[in-house]
Design a protein around this ligand. Sequence first.
Ligand code: KG4
Ligand code: ZN
Length: 336
Amino acid sequence: MIGLVIESSCDETSVAIIKGGREILSNIVSSQIEIHKQFGGVVPEIASRHHVTNISYVVEEALTEANITFDELEYIGVTYGPGLVGALLVGVSYAKSLAYALNIPIVPVHHIEGHIAANYISHPDLKPPFLALVVSGGHSHLIHVTEYTKLQIIAKTRDDAVGEAFDKVARTLGLQYPGGPEVSKLAESGKDTYKLPKSKFDNYDFSFSGIKTAVINLVHKEGINVRREDMAKSFEVNVVETLVEHTMNAMIDLNIDTVVLAGGVAANTYLRKHLISEANRNNFKSYIPALEYCTDNAAMIASAAYYNYVSEKDKSKYDILNNLDLNAKANLKIGG
Ligand code: KG4
Ligand code: ZN
């Protein structure tokens, strides 16, 4: 069973060809990072325009690299939310046109389900149930994945997402967009010497706006005397420890023995190491995605699309005409 799957929720135009749920035949990612860098972040209108220009070429390249023709495709998958609405619309419209022209079903995918599914590609043995720690530019969630298509939110951030906090701290330290990898690089030569606040709630929720504001205030107060490397390190250690601590507490309390890391921030070296070592210390199994599947890409969306497709296949949900009114949803909730 072969699918062509599109991801265009932010600043990457990406198309993957997948066989079954885990075999990636191609995964083309056309990144706009260089274009948005000069603005210090993603400019939605510019992102949409570049998706329009790129998408046909990326589709063609994905098919060529996989050595697959249109008539071998059984379904078209696409991210329909959450994300930038103009960017999402390009992928959704293209997917609908292609599905209609080929007379095959269209499978809508939630972007976060895709991030989690990145782990199915990297780990052939991984199956639900597990707890997913999802950390991206827009999400910081603990999600209990009980079946491939059944997700239950255990915790979320009450304000900033962790990637967003990395990006804002990076900007305060004079680093370029996207800030996460830059902060992490700077932290390599720093020491955890700044005392930064940690938020505490009576559940597993996160909050990162307090620590972000503390960094901004300290940097302004110390001016040119600020030890940038130490600030980056202190921020990274604080945030990673909080993420992992909440995850371990939830696993112990809810009796879940397997943890899966997902989202763009899953590329963070310290987070990867710390999650694995704490999971080992608690005798939990842990899975982290290959680096190439951490930040946005269509391969991860493709794996999620496959599991959606096979779970709904017999219910005629994916009858071709049923999904032609599919729309992009900027604020799409998990599980709906
Ligand atoms: O998942 P993603 O590509 O896009 C969203 O769905 O939001 O995540 C992008 C986020 C950005 O905030 C970026 O700064 C962060 O992931 N990120 C990192 C690292 N690589 C990317 N954060 C910390 N350390 C990294 N190595
Ligand atoms: Zn993402």
